[in-house]
Design a protein. Sequence first.
Length: 120
Amino acid sequence: MLTGMLFLWPGRTALAGKVAIPLDRVKKLQRVGGSITIRLKGREVLLARHSEQGVSAVSPICSHEKCTVAYRRAVKRFECPCHGSFFDVDGNVLNGPATHPLRTWPASLDNDRIVVDLGD
């Protein structure tokens, strides 16, 4: 479920395309099952905490017809409400009509922060 927008300002740590987001700034990701869409370096990124140590960073835009996907914590997948495409936590297509995966970025939990590598 999309849970809101967060716009981060220059207080974050960024090294060679990596953005570190303190968990106290994204309370919805402090627990497993939480998700939020945020803007990082001019990109919309949907972050989902799918396990105690696992976090996904995907584009919230469906690869099929550009609808906005949401994370469904009960089934640990991203779902498109427009045409029924499902994607796993790595952005891979589980059910069409989408034939291409969601765009993803490497993301990890590092102590009390989430680190996303945007590759810039």
